[in-house]
Design a protein around this ligand. Sequence first.
Ligand SMILES: Nc1ncnc2c1ncn2[C@@H]1O[C@H](COP(=O)(O)OP(=O)(O)OP(=O)(O)O)[C@@H](O)[C@H]1O
Ligand code: SF4
Ligand SMILES: [Mg+2]
Length: 388
Amino acid sequence: MSADTFDIQAVTQMNGQKERDVVPEVERGEFVLEVKNFSVDYGVGENMVRAVNDVTLHVRRSNVLGIAGESGSGKSTLVYAMTRLLRAPGVISGGDVILNFANPEDEKKFTAVNLVTANEKELRRIRWSHVSIVLQSALSALNPVLRVGREFDEVLKTHRSDLSKEQRRARAVELLSMVGLNEDRLSRYPHELSGGQRQRIMIALALALDPDLVIMDEPTTALDVVTQREIISELHDLRSRFGFAMIFITHDLSLLVELADEIVVMYAGEIVERAGARDLYEAPRHPYTLGLLNSFPPLHGQRHELTGIPGSPPDLSDLPTGCNFYPRCPFAMTRCEHEAPGLRAFENSDRTVACWLHAPDSSVPVPVELSRRATGARDAVALLEGRP
Ligand SMILES: Nc1ncnc2c1ncn2[C@@H]1O[C@H](COP(=O)(O)OP(=O)(O)OP(=O)(O)O)[C@@H](O)[C@H]1O
Ligand code: SF4
Ligand SMILES: [Mg+2]
């Protein structure tokens, strides 16, 4: 059976799971990706570290989910493992990753495939066509001995055997123009292009087959601020035009708020806060989110002094006993040292936060910095610094 003919019933039976995943197709269509209780380890036995711990997240169709967190928080491990691109010693140690893609014949019907259990043949059919990824190292991901045109031709030839050579070239020219590049770039080698041009080419390749979901792992981090802004604005336009969903990873929260509908913040392999992008930016509820907002200059508005987060992320092989953020948290309480807070709904809303300050049984008043809505990160920072 091919991935294209799978229905969710078949997938769940194949995985030996119960029928908990069987829901009407219309409901499934709401989310392009459902990640459930997903964990990833590096190594085995005594040397094993858990780089992604029990992550659950959903990506709505045509929406952008931003993933933020400092270096080492597990962002790349999460998306590599989700798409089954993770190499040894990385191993998926639990959970499901359900990709729901529209059937070409009937866009109201959806096919669900569990990427965790899909075999290599199914994964090959799904990659590029339904989910594509721009890797963190995209600047060196293009084959140095292939002209750019060949890269496009190979992808299109493999997945669109109905296209003639001329049609493939026309599609490559169209894709390049979508990312603001002239067709003469097709005859260039990667080393003849600037970093920004190479990155645009990677994005155009990722969009070549109209995927349902595009994953971008820090695609603009190595670029200057002007090029970074141009590419973000182009991605914004492309998403509006073509309606693909996107996961966009960065450690720069103020950049994410420009692009994302929803943001999850990761710390030490776990989600510590999830909220609508604007809510998270204007009203951070986790001390780590507040610290991250204070670590980058805002893209708009007045500049402010950046204070960052004291200390450094924990060693995964020696995590604190309670809240992972405890050693760095300016608001830590006694219970934080010994009890892990766990992710819970924030005040009956659909945002979630993992912090004892917001627990219903907390007897400590929530600090003003984490209880009020600021008018932007700058104001949140002012609150943190105790300014009016
Ligand atoms: N091959 C590996 N072997 C052992 N540990 C690894 C390996 N690759 C990554 N890790 C660990 O897994 C954790 C998560 O790494 P990951 O690369 O996913 O972080 P990240 O959030 O993407 O960071 P960055 O922002 O620097 O890209 C880190 O603590 C890292 O040391
Ligand atoms: S649970 Fe405690 S240590 Fe952890 S973020 Fe909240 S206040 Fe800080
Ligand atoms: Mg990374």
